[in-house]
Design a protein around this ligand. Structure first.
Ligand code: UD1
Length: 318
């Protein structure tokens, strides 16, 4: 019998992990899922379909919320964050509060509650603009945004809590995750969510820079799979470890735009604008460590992932 806590449970990734846990069949054996979300960027509407999850509305920057969320829990999936590079450039203090303070409070509460393992949503942004490709975990971080600094601080807190308190922690450094339930409507949304929404509505998207920047875009199902593997992997193999979570293949924004035109029927051209501050040119992961430690291999490639994503936006569009 295990109790799982998903933070950021009303957000895109948290909601998807919660749904996977609920449908895993463990619940029949008495397992249960709790979610917590401040609803700063998470949406109550995302809780549709995960009603079997106990939901707490609250901010992890408040230690009392962390204590309530962690009570009786065995494994935590820590997905809550203010996930955006430009948002952190505009308001680094808010990013620090929601990424660093929240993570530290959560770890303190997890330790007090006797949580066994915390799996942390790290970010590829910590690699910054180092020219080396693919990015591997032995590389020194190279932070070029407050967001990257905040996500790396969280990683360090994870490994410190493993070292000094024996709390099992695993960091998965996500590379540009996309898929159903990603919010397409905010100026801080991920690029593929924005493009899907705009192209389906027949609106012109904007590409910042020349569009030749590339990303290791990772479909949400791969992320769910890796999180479940990270929850079940033996501690001696994974505890205190950091590993990339991606596909090992990169796509440029111009390529992504062309594929999306084919899928949506959009006939126009993108508008090109100045590159974004804090932006990274190329991002591509070496996924060897996740393969070795978790037995992870990507299940869904970019083309299939983006096809399913477009279908989802098409059917959920108002
Ligand atoms: C970064 C991190 C990622 C993290 C995410 C959180 C890197 C390599 N990746 O993503 O791991 O999860 O922050 O937010 O640091 N763009 C456009 N038009 C738009 C929107 C974006 O051209 O309308 C461009 C951006 O300038 C960028 C690319 O698309 O070059 C991707 O942007 P975005 O989806 O915001 O993600 P990253 O900043 O790469």
């Amino acid at each position: 019998m295990a109790k799982y806590l998903v933070t950021g449970a009303a957000g895109f990734i948290g909601r998807s992990i919660a749904a996977a846990l609920l449908s895993r069949g463990d619940l029949a054996r008495g397992d249960s899922v709790r979610g917590v979300d401040s609803l700063i960027t998470g949406k109550r509407a995302n809780l549709a379909g995960v009603e079997a999850m106990e939901f707490i509305e609250g901010d992890l920057a408040d230690p009392a919320v962390c204590a309530k969320a962690c009570a009786g829990v065995e494994v935590v999936f820590h997905e809550a964050a203010l996930a955006s590079v430009p948002r952190s450039v505009a308001d680094p203090v808010a990013t620090n509060r929601n990424c660093v303070e929240a993570t530290l409070n959560l770890l303190v509460a997890a330790r007090v509650a006797g949580v066994r393992r915390v799996i942390y949503a790290g970010s590829s942004s910590v690699y910054g603009d180092t020219p080396t490709l693919p990015k591997h975990e032995a590389m020194l971080p190279n932070l070029i945004s407050p967001y990257a600094a905040a996500k790396l601080a969280g990683e360090h807190y994870m490994s410190a809590f493993t070292r000094v308190y024996g709390l099992e922690t695993v960091t998965l450094r996500y590379f540009n995750v996309f898929g159903p339930f990603q919010d397409p409507a905010s100026q801080y949304s991920g690029v593929l969510a924005i493009f899907c929404r705009k192209l389906l509505a027949g609106e012109q998207p904007t590409i910042y820079g020349d569009g030749e920047q590339s990303r290791d875009f990772t479909f949400i199902e791969n992320v769910i799979k890796a999180n479940l593997l990270a929850a079940d992997a033996p501690a001696e193999k994974v505890s205190g470890k950091t590993m990339n979570l991606a596909t090992g293949a990169a796509v440029t924004l111009n390529q992504a735009f062309e594929i999306l035109c084919g899928l949506t029927g959009y006939k126009g051209k993108p508008a090109y604008a100045e590159p974004r501050s804090g932006d990274i040119r190329h991002s591509l992961a070496d996924i060897g460590r996740a393969r070795d430690l978790l037995g992870y291999t990507p299940q869904v490639d970019f083309r299939e992932g983006i096809r399913r994503t477009v279908e989802w936006y098409r059917t959920t569009r108002e």
